[in-house]
Design a protein around this ligand. Structure first.
Ligand code: UD1
Length: 351
């Protein structure tokens, strides 16, 4: 019997985390190869995830690296097209909402290879975010939609997408449950557990708009506990370019998944513009302040553990100083078996 061939297209840090959860099962059930676009490329943003999370070695690496979004997407498309035409997999898997996700989806649809979208249906309803545009396009050209939440299923329904839509839970939760957070972070960074805030800032809306970026810096500087920031390369570039010096803030290199979970677990609170961090904070019961006006993860906000503050200085200070923690903590985003469910469905569909 011919073995079914599937290719996963990934290229950024959040995609490496997602594929870590599902790749062992894909390899067990299919002939599975990874195509790494190389959108994220250095040790801290890429290699460490393959090492720590024991992700299978990519069969191809396009080494795309830093480009403006249009060039990045175009070059990934050409690279993917050649590989997909040469190998003709039975399906392509894409993950989340990055430029790699979009370019991978477009190359697959143009080479007539069906697409399975993992983390389908997420919406922030803010089309100024590049990720929101990527999500919408990817969903509308995918054959199978694997959703992390009921909210995602409803979002797809509202856009007329009802066929092959499955609520499987979140693959990030699968890998979260399998990973032990680094126990040495407090020693390593000379910090005391629950005596610091963790912050992550990297979204284009917060870094490329200098007014917003300066406002974030001025807010962080005035918070009642020291801040630790694993600094994203984009944010580091802005700091270098503008010469802005951070007070009350310790910047460290981008962390691997194990170190990041360790820092998050020990933080008093987290301030972030990341999507994944909002969910991980929830799972670790760490209160989250989201420095955006929209989120794809509204359940974390409805639960009371996450607050969408945008850059409302007074609200952020109030939440940072004292906050009554919610009593309830429901199991959001599945039961830790999303990957199994996805692979089972795909196996049946591709048989
Ligand atoms: C991308 C995703 C975003 C995700 C984020 C996680 C898109 C549209 N956005 O944004 O959804 O949350 O990844 O990090 O795809 N850089 C390095 N070294 C690296 C990687 C990046 O220096 O290893 C630099 C790049 O050269 C670039 C900047 O960081 O200047 C931003 O990288 P980019 O590829 O645009 O994506 P992110 O902003 O990270």
């Amino acid at each position: 019997m011919k073995k079914i061939r599937v290719v996963s297209i990934v290229g950024t840090r959040p995609e490496f985390v997602k594929i870590a959860a599902i790749s062992p099962l894909l390899s067990k059930n299919f002939y599975h190869s990874i195509l790494n676009t190389g959108q994220h490329y250095n040790t801290e943003m890429a290699n460490i995830f393959f090492e720590q999370l024991k992700i299978q070695k990519p069969e191809w690496n396009l080494r795309i690296g830093q480009q403006d979004a249009t060039t990045q997407i175009a070059q990934i498309m050409i690279g993917c097209k050649n590989i997909l035409l040469g190998n003709r997999p039975d399906a392509v898997l894409i993950y989340g909402d990055t430029n790699t996700t979009l370019a991978g989806a477009l190359s697959s649809v143009k080479t007539n290879i069906p697409i399975a979208h993992i983390e389908a249906g997420m919406r922030s309803f803010d089309k100024t975010m590049p990720e929101e545009v990527n999500r919408i396009i990817c969903d509308h050209i995918s054959t199978w939609h694997f959703c992390s939440s009921q909210f995602a299923v409803i979002c797809l329904q509202k856009e007329g997408l009802t066929k092959n839509v499955y609520e499987t839970g979140d693959v990030n939760y699968d890998i979260f449950l399998k990973t032990t957070p680094d126990k040495n972070v407090t020693k390593r960074f000379k910090i005391q557990s629950k005596k610091y805030f963790l912050a992550t800032i990297h979204r284009q809306e917060n870094t490329d708009n200098l007014g917003r970026f300066k406002k974030i810096v001025s807010i962080l500087e005035k918070l009642p506990l020291p801040i630790i920031i694993p600094i994203h390369p984009r944010t580091e570039k802005i700091l270098k370019k503008t010469g802005i010096k951070l007070k009350n803030v310790k910047t460290i290199k981008p962390q691997g998944f194990v170190g990041m979970l360790g820092l998050l677990k020990n933080a008093e609170k987290v301030l972030t513009d990341s999507g994944g961090v909002q969910k991980e904070a929830y799972w670790l019961r760490v209160p989250c302040i989201t420095l955006r006006s929209s989120t794809e993860w509204p359940e974390t906000v409805n639960s009371g553990w996450n607050h969408l503050t945008d850059l409302d200085r007074n609200l952020i200070f109030k939440l940072a100083k004292n906050e009554q923690l919610p009593r309830n903590h429901l199991q959001l985003y599945g039961n830790g078996h999303a990957s199994e469910k996805i692979v089972k469905i795909l196996k049946k569909q591709l048989a």
